[in-house]
Write a protein of this length. Structure first.
Length: 388
């Protein structure tokens, strides 16, 4: 049976070139980079080389990169560490209704610790409008955290403008760029952010490693104590193989330039047009232009997304009905609901996210398999019968 992977927003396959540089540090060069003997010093050099490569991807300085266990930890570090370190200014945090749960749940935690959190609404595309932030920000707002690109619908926020609004108020600005890095240009200097989160497994690197960019001079508390690693910002022996893999993944992203982006955009265009031509009663979600390449989010009226995923899986097609972190829940996507889509329609959502190894044959196979699945599910759906 043919296998087609269309869930790259959830995770990407490890690039063989990345694994190749990781392998020697799993068994042979196992040394602790904090030790003083020569073999450990050589490992430390490789860690710092990887830090420089990740920094280069973001147009940052190496000393501004803190390695973490992934995007979730980076978001926690930014929100908790940033808010607590600057609580003298105030105890008000702003985020948006379309954020990943790694941000939303962390903000809820801060509420329990005495901070006030304002959750901004988004427009019908999932964007935070600058005027919405301007109305909500206050003198005591200590931190604003708005995602760069949405993981479910792909919409890109105007981070540069949002960060400027925060800075006019003297507030820190953090962005979750986990879905953006590796897909579009991420330049921390151009964006003007104080903190930015990245995860390696979204750009063909290993799982369990990410980073938080912290602009030089930004006041932030550490979450983990017990050692002086990561410039005293994250205690614990470094995950050397993963860090080196992250560095190579960042390097490959730079080397590919816009070639990969253009390849994915071409496939996405054909996929969108094919779905539109072959299947009636659908709603594409996310911004029509300002979105990351390869993310096709679409709602099929009168059917339930989980059933669609199971039938696609039987035909060898792997996709998602929303965020992978929420896939065990049958609740409608909080992102789609925040965009004003009804519960009934949101339950019929499908997210198809393309990657570097997808080819035209994958798109053609999906377009062959999906229409009869939708038709089959609609024929047994009481919602469809009632809507006819």
């Amino acid at each position: 049976m043919r296998t087609v992977y269309l869930d790259h927003n959830a995770t990407t396959p490890l690039d063989p070139e990345v694994y190749k540089v990781m392998e020697p540090f799993i068994v042979e060069n196992f040394y602790n980079p904090s030790s003083v003997y020569s073999r450990s010093r050589k490992v430390r050099e490789k860690v710092e080389e990887a830090r420089a490569k990740v920094a280069s991807l973001l147009n940052a300085s190496p000393e501004e990169i803190i390695f973490t266990s992934g995007g979730t930890e980076a978001n926690n570090q930014a929100i908790i560490g940033g808010a607590k370190a600057n609580a003298g200014k105030g105890r008000h945090i702003i985020t948006s209704a379309a954020e990943h749960h790694a941000v939303l749940d962390t903000c809820l935690r801060m509420e329990k610790e005495g901070f006030e959190v304002t959750v901004l609404p988004v427009d019908e595309y999932g964007r935070v409008l600058p005027e919405t932030l301007e109305k909500a920000i206050r003198t005591e707002t200590v931190l604003v955290s708005i995602m760069y690109a949405n993981n479910e619908v792909g919409t890109i926020n105007d981070i540069k403008t949002l960060a400027e609004i925060a800075h006019k108020n003297g507030s820190l600005f953090h962005t979750d760029a986990v879905q953006a890095a590796g897909k579009i240009k991420v330049d921390v200097k151009d964006l003007g952010v104080d903190m930015l989160s990245v995860s390696a497994h979204k750009l063909y690197g290993p799982k369990g490693i990410g980073c938080l960019y912290v602009k030089k001079g930004t006041k932030i508390e550490s979450l983990l104590t017990g050692g002086g690693q990561e410039n005293k910002m994250r205690a614990g022996t470094e995950n050397v193989p993963a860090i080196i893999g992250f560095g190579r993944a960042a390097e490959l992203t730079i080397e590919r330039g816009t070639e990969l982006e253009n390849h994915i955009k071409d496939l996405e265009k054909i996929l969108r047009e094919g779905i539109k031509e072959r299947i009636p009663d659908i709603i594409f979600t996310g911004h029509p232009e300002e979105r990351i390449p390869g993310c096709v989010s679409v709602c099929f009226k009168y059917i339930e997304g989980e059933s669609m995923l199971l039938l696609l899986d039987q035909r060898g097609i792997m996709a998602s009905s929303g965020s992978a972190c929420s896939s065990k829940s049958l609740k409608a996507s909080h992102v789609l609901l925040a965009m004003g889509i009804s519960h009934e329609i949101a339950h019929g959502s499908l997210r198809l996210s393309l990657g570097k190894d997808n080819r035209m044959e994958d798109v053609e196979y999906l377009l062959e398999v999906l229409p009869p699945i939708v038709e089959k599910l609609r024929l047994i759906s009481p919602l469809y019968q009632g809507g006819r």
